[in-house]
Design a protein around this ligand. Sequence first.
Ligand SMILES: Cc1cc2nc3c(=O)[nH]c(=O)nc-3n(C[C@H](O)[C@H](O)[C@H](O)COP(=O)(O)OP(=O)(O)OC[C@H]3O[C@@H](n4cnc5c(N)ncnc54)[C@H](O)[C@@H]3O)c2cc1C
Length: 830
Amino acid sequence: MKTQVKALVVGGGAVGTSIAYHLAKAGWDDVMLLERDELTSGSTWHAAGLLPLFNMSFATTHIHKYSVDFYKSLEAETGLNAGFAVVGNLRMAQTQERMDEFMLYASTAETCDVPYVWMTPDEIKAKWPLIRTEDLKGALYHNTDGYINPADVTQAMAKGARQRGVEIVRKWQADAFHWNGDAWEVTCTKMVEKGGNLVPSDEQIVITAEHVVTASGNHAQTTAKKLGIKIPAIPVEHQFIVMDQDPALVQFRSEGNVEHPVIRDADAQSYVREERGGWILGVYEKNAPACFEYGVPDSFRADLFPLDLERIEEQYMAMIHRIPSCEESGLKDDFNGPICYTPDGNPLVGPAPGLRNMWLAEGFSFGITAAGGTGYYLAQMMVHGEAEIDMASLDPKRYGNWMTTEFAARKNEECYDHVYILHHPDEERPACRPLRTSPAYDRQATRGAQFGFVNGWERPNYYAPAGFNDHDSRSFRRGGWWQYAVEEAKAIREGVGLIDATAFTKHRITGAGATAFLDWFTTNKLPRVGRINLTYALTAHGTTRTEYTIVRNGENDYYLVSAGAWTAYDQDYLFKAIEDKEAEFGRINAQDVTTQWGVFAIAGPKSRDVLAAVIKDADPATALSNKRFPWLSAQKIELGMCPVNAIRVAYTGELGWELHHPIEMQNYLFDLLEKAGEPHGMKLVGARAQNWLRQEKSYRAFGNELGRDATPLEADLPRFVDLSKDFHGKDAMLEKGIRSKCVTLLIDGPDDADPWGREALYHGDTRVGRLTSGGYSVAFGKSIGMGYVKPELAVVGTQLQVKMLDQLWPAVIVEDSPYDPQNAAIRADG
Ligand SMILES: Cc1cc2nc3c(=O)[nH]c(=O)nc-3n(C[C@H](O)[C@H](O)[C@H](O)COP(=O)(O)OP(=O)(O)OC[C@H]3O[C@@H](n4cnc5c(N)ncnc54)[C@H](O)[C@@H]3O)c2cc1C
């Protein structure tokens, strides 16, 4: 057994095994995989083995697609047949809303090259007569996926890994991790059997590894403790039952008919597949409990929980409704096992927070489906520095230190319970809320705020009249909330609105090395003292890692504002870069001040009038004029008794200021502004209207247009990239060239729907790109979107089509900032 390796993978389930395989395939010849028990003895052995391509996320769909293709190739490489039954996957809809959901999903499928077919109830009946179809609206059929034997595919990957030089060691547990500055020293303990339990022996060794990956499945909480970090991966109980033979099915198959596809009845929270003349029924039921919050007991090995039939009765009856012939089949076997979840259902894949060369691959609820692709893309990140797709939506740092065990357990139960709900793009989930509230929360709630959940924060999405029910207003088309967002957007364009932007991520950077560091770390020229700049931190591959608004408060005193959803993600990159560069640039202090500063954004042609009424200044009439407070500058002002760091900038593209204030004075400031706004008809405005307004100005959003799959030049933001200086990622950015380009489109879409920002773009019959944002433009009275297309098409006036609700709708590429391209409104004097 080696004691010195390039990479140590901890965990021999489907995920860890795939990672070891792909690290070796990507060129690392010194990889070891450590498993505390036997390969597949975690959740992998008892998975049903379904490989659904259906997924709403762009990155996850890429991962699943890679797996499905990769598993098909494994037998040729290893000689092991993992029993991949490519029977297809039939996803049925009982309602038009469910069909709408499938049509939205189809956008993701298309942009990821996943083939799909629509089927009518009659077509289903003709092909698979055992399925009851009279209550169906239709179905989405994937004919390229199916199911596989999870243990066999893991063993095939293990064989492939061994063939590529990976050492796989069983019955050793990784127990303690120490970073010595260059490598991890991992203390490992030999595990032994004792009375049926698996327990640590006294035998220990230390393995030195340049990189460590943890793929510890249900043991994630123990792993988190050992690493001293937080990992919101906690399992939930998941059940499926195996039924005895169904004579009608046996007869159907004996007549030469092909196997049924995996049948997903989302409206009945169940999936069904054939198993030796009978059926397997798997369900996502209500009240499935979280488990192992504080670790997996020694006694729980390749074990299961007792079946809880009562919990799945409703879904069982629904299955009999769907496939009536199975009613007489008895129960042959049952599986109730732990299935790992995360609060948003996406696994946690990428660099661990605060640690060097430590990679997480935890929290997989579709781990058999995701294993192949996770190994492939994570290996790219580890070996080459970046994956070919943006993995940010899976990044382990999308939850911050505010996250607790209780939060993760309850949210994960909710996530399980929500697997088959209608996934409206305007969905907001209720569990564990409110949790992080800004002081004005109660006031906003009283005024009708309907809140969204952003990195734990409650942020108003829009304001509605008393009695309005957000849940019932959700839709795949224009939801019941749409009219309120329209009114709010108009208020900003025509009058004045107040937005709560407290969730923004805020860092203060000071010290003798601050200026040189930030000059190297970001793409734009640093602002002069008292001014602000928009700028980008790049990955080593030249793509966008973070978007910052930088305020320069002093020679070596900077205030960095970035997206609210990404605090821990931004901070990890920033702090690690500072640690790396401090010796070169001099002392740099970095402080996360996110929760110290509240932010209100006031915007609209009348915003100056509102502020003028409350600003304390020798000459209030001129304090906010262009001369005294020019656009893109920052000043300390006093609004009533509240000290405010005001920044003259507005993400909505109107005259406006961001008012950064001490959080403990937020209610005072709120009341003051509300009163001052009254004579001007000031409206409280939520994030949805803001999102539409920023698209009218072509302002890119992080996580949409901006991410690790495009450079700022591809995002068409050369004005924020100072090519005359050296900065991190510059050469790589230039080397990438312009592979595709960000554009803004006005869309003549359906009367009752706007794009959500994931739709495919067509030029004639050819797919040429995809939307990354979408919404409604009050200025143009039609749908708007932003997205990426091939550079040769990124020309103003190019006619494209957007695929929405399974139809193509005309769209035209317009000039950047189609609303007020000269920025006259923002610069307005007064
Ligand atoms: C009933 C049921 C049905 C399912 N059906 C499907 C399905 O149809 N399709 C699908 O895609 N997914 C399915 N899943 C989910 C799937 O089983 C998991 O997502 C997947 O197995 C996770 O794989 P993993 O490698 O992350 O974890 P695991 O398989 O749990 O592997 C983790 C391994 O790490 C080892 N380990 C932990 N800590 C250490 C340590 N410190 N040192 C050394 N080793 C360690 C453990 O012993 C374990 O073997 C199902 C789950 C359940 C419960």
